[in-house]
Design a protein around this ligand. Sequence first.
Ligand SMILES: Cc1cc2nc3c(=O)[nH]c(=O)nc-3n(C[C@H](O)[C@H](O)[C@H](O)COP(=O)(O)OP(=O)(O)OC[C@H]3O[C@@H](n4cnc5c(N)ncnc54)[C@H](O)[C@@H]3O)c2cc1C
Length: 442
Amino acid sequence: MAPLLAGTEKLMLTGRLRDDDATKAKAGMDFGGIVDRRPAAVVEPCDADDIAEIVRFATDRGIRVSARGRGHSTHGQSLVDGGIVIDMSALAAVHRVELGYAVVDAGATWRTVLEATLPRGLTPPVLTDFLDLSVGGTLSLGGIGGTSHRYGAQTDNVIALEVVTGAGERLTCSRASNAELFRAVLAGLGQCAIVTQATVALVPAPTHVRRRIVAYPDAVSLNAAQRTLVEDRRCDYVEGLIVQDGQGGWLHNLEAVSFAADADVVVGDGVVLETMTMSYFDFVNRLGDEETFLSGLMHKVQPRPWCTVYVPGDDVDAVVDASLARPQSEVGSLGMFLVYPIPRSALSTPLLRVPDDETMFQFSVFRYAEPADAAAVKSMLAANRDMYAQAQAVGGTLYPFASVVLDRDGWEAHWGNQWEMLRSAKTVYDPKGVLGSGQGIF
Ligand SMILES: Cc1cc2nc3c(=O)[nH]c(=O)nc-3n(C[C@H](O)[C@H](O)[C@H](O)COP(=O)(O)OP(=O)(O)OC[C@H]3O[C@@H](n4cnc5c(N)ncnc54)[C@H](O)[C@@H]3O)c2cc1C
C-alpha cells in the first residue's frame, strides 16, 4: 500500500479499494490519451456512504479525490496524480422511472437511462451524441445535443441532486432547497461535490424519426440554414457536420430531424443527400456503443485533442472559416468539425459559460493524432488554443472537457461573473480543496 494511503484498512467501505498497477494505469488515462496521471488507488463504491467515507478519509489527510464518470474528458480533467479516483461506473442503477422524471445513479450512462425510460415511452429531452457518457460527468459539464435549441442543456433538465460534498457530507439539493449548492454543482466541473444521484426530467419519446442529410456548398450557408430551421422551429433536432472530402477540402452537411416520422424537414436550398425513417433509439444511438464507435469509425487512434467552444451567432462564420482554412494535418486524417445553433434563451445553468448573444453556436473539432507523433499533438494543442482565443476575442467561451489548458487568470476569465459564486461555494463545500484538481482551477 502506498504510504500516502496508510490507514485505508480502517475504512468502512462496502465497495472495493484497488491499488494494483493495471487498475491505476487505466484510471490514469482518459479519452484524450494525452495526459497520464497515476492515482494511488481507485475506489469502486457500493453506495453514497462509501463515497462519503472515502472523501472524509481524504479530507482528513489532504489527499486529492477525483470522481471519474467514464473518463471521456480529453485532457486529464477526471485524473488525479497520487490521489484517489472514485470510479463512478460502480454506481450505475436507474432507481425509478415516473411520468416526468427518473431517479438515476450518477455513474449510470445515458444509454442505461434511455434503456429504462424508452419502454415507458419516455426520454431525457437532451441526449449527448454519444450515449456512453455518465450522467454525473455530463451534468458536471453541461450536456449539449441536437435538441438543445429547444430544451437547453442536460443541466437545465435536472430536478434534484444527491451529492457528497468535499467535506464528506451527504446532502440533497434542488432549485428550492440548498439552491446555492445546486447552482454550484450543475456544470461546476466537480469542484464542490460529487454527484451520487440525479432526478432528471423526462419527456414523451417519439417511436420513429425522419432524418435528412442535406449538403451545403460552404459553412456560411450551412450555418444560415441551421439558424433558419431553429428560428422557425422547423425541426426537432439539428446539427451541422463538416467532414473531409478526401481532396483537401470540406463537405458541409446538415443533419435535420423531425420527430414526426411522416414529416420531412423543409430545408430550403440545400441538396438533400438522404432521407430516412428510423426508430428513435437507432437515431440517438447512431454512433453505437463504445466498442462500435471506436472500432467502426477507426476512432481508436489516440491521442484525441478535441475542443469545443461556444461562439456568438454573428461571429460564427468567421471563427469556423478560420479553422477550416488551417492545414488539415491539424485535425488528422479522421478529423472533423461539428457546428450547430442554440438560442441563449434555452439555457439557464449559471455555470455553463456561453456567450450572451441571442443565438450562439456550439463549434467542436475532433482531432486525431498518430500515437507516436508528438509534434502533431503539439500542433493540434496549439490549434485548440488558437480556436479558443478566436472565440474568446468575440465573446465566445470554452466547453471545459476540451484539450485546452487554462491558468488561474484563464479560469477567472472563463467563469466571468460566476467566479465569485463558485469560489465562495468552494470555500463552503470543499474547504480543504480535495475535489476536482484535474481541472486545475483552484
Ligand atoms: C465520444 C464523445 C462524445 C461526446 N459528445 C458530447 C455531446 O454530444 N455533448 C456534450 O455536451 N458533450 C459531449 N462530450 C463531452 C462529454 O460531455 C465530456 O467528455 C464528459 O466529461 C464525459 O462524461 P464522463 O462520464 O466520461 O466524465 P469524466 O470525463 O469522467 O468526468 C468529467 C468531469 O466531471 C467530473 N465528474 C465525473 N463524474 C462526476 C460526478 N458524479 N460528480 C461530480 N463530478 C463528476 C470529473 O471529475 C471530471 O472533472 C463527448 C465526449 C466524447 C468523448
